[in-house]
Design a protein around this ligand. Structure first.
Ligand SMILES: [Fe+2]
Length: 364
């Protein structure tokens, strides 16, 4: 109760502070994947909103800068400083108490780091700036919660929503291509995987990765149709979800995205430098005859660039995929027609290296 009273007092104090500095925020904040509507302006946040125990957190810098504030990171104290007119907010990562113009305010959950982005509970944004929050969400894609990644799914498999909207990767991949690719092609792999395995309950407790990693040791009495279902449709499902996850909206200045940290160092060590890696990956993608994929994988602890035909998965050969590029024509034809090379070289603008690095940290 005491905490509640304090809370009311703090909200009143903040309201007074905001009135004093005459800050006006006409405000709607929608959270949907990487896209957030702030004051009727749709921004591409570098990290998707997350839901922690029922509390939605949004990337601080993207949201507060869209609200007209200046956001700086104080490395020594691991604190985000947000300044708007005469109001200064200090938000230390990992702590529930933030400082608003000299007054402590308790948040629902601590600010956290996701990828390299500081995240703050969306309700705190409301309290600080009087924002109205709704979740009609762009094109029906909501903040994702309770999602089981394709790689951890067992029968029956399901199609997860994308972590961004269908137009988020433009101009590099167009909206219609993304829509058709996800709702029809990927969805068809999910449906075919489920119908193909429906009569084989002995396979229903295995995850998609277990089915693929055990592909060369499947029971010999399984019919060829089941073998093909695992290879083509379970493979297609897991390949496509990885593909969606390793992409994210291009940077605002259209700079090429680059890996960082340990993964970047390992790429340099393995391939010589990033350019050499990129050339090898592009060559794998361009030279794959017909339909298939180019991959960066971990193979026995080493990084490798490979390509696979059709929907064959690296897991089938004991490799762990980190980055994958779909070079089926359905992935690029509407924009690029026969120019697969242009599609491949534009891929680097939309690679989500945070996700690739996360996969690397689990696979190495
Ligand atoms: Fe595809």
């Amino acid at each position: 109760m005491k905490r509640f009273r304090n809370h009311i007092t703090l909200v009143a104090t903040i309201a007074l502070l905001l009135a004093m500095v005459q800050v006006t925020f006409a405000t709607t904040v929608d959270a949907g994947g990487n896209r957030i509507m702030v004051n009727d302006e749709l921004i591409n946040a570098p990290t998707a909103s997350v839901n922690v125990d029922g509390v939605v957190l949004v990337p601080m810098r993207a949201v507060f800068e869209a609200l007209g504030a200046t956001v700086t990171w104080q490395k020594e104290t691991k604190t985000v400083m947000i300044e708007k007119d005469n109001l200064t907010v200090m938000a230390p990562i990992g702590e529930r108490i933030i400082n608003v113009g000299g007054t402590p305010l308790e948040m629902e959950t601590p600010a956290i780091i996701v990828g390299n982005q500081a995240m703050i509970p969306i309700n705190t944004v409301v309290e600080l700036f009087g924002a109205k929050i709704t979740f009609p969400v762009v094109q029906g894609i909501s903040v994702r919660e309770d999602i089981t990644p394709a790689e951890e799914q067992t029968y029956p498999f399901n199609l997860n929503p994308l972590p961004y909207t269908y137009d988020s990767l433009e101009p590099y991949i167009d909206e219609m291509t993304m829509n058709i690719h996800h709702t029809r092609h990927h969805n068809a792999y999910v449906n075919s995987a489920n119908s193909g395995l429906a009569e084989f309950p002995q396979l229903h407790d295995l995850t998609s990765v277990e089915l693929l990693a055990g592909f060369n040791d499947l029971p010999t009495d399984l019919p060829a149709s089941v073998i093909n279902t695992i290879r083509n449709h379970v493979g297609g499902h897991t390949n496509h979800e990885l593909f969606w996850e390793v992409m994210s909206p291009a940077l605002a200045d259209n700079e090429m995205r680059m890996p960082a940290g340990e993964l970047a160092a390992r790429i340099d060590e393995t391939f010589g430098n990033f350019e050499e890696f990129r050339n090898e990956f592009e060559e794998a993608a361009k030279s794959r005859f017909g339909s298939g994929w180019a991959w960066l994988v971990v193979d026995n602890g080493d990084l490798k660039v490979i390509s696979t035909a059709n929907q064959d998965s690296p897991y089938m050969e004991g490799q762990i995929p980190l980055l994958g590029l779909d070079v089926w024509e359905h992935a690029y034809y509407l924009t690029y027609q026969n120019m697969r090379g242009d599609y491949v070289s534009n891929f680097w603008f939309i690679v989500n290296w945070d996700e690739v690095a996360r996969r690397y940290s689990e696979a190495k």
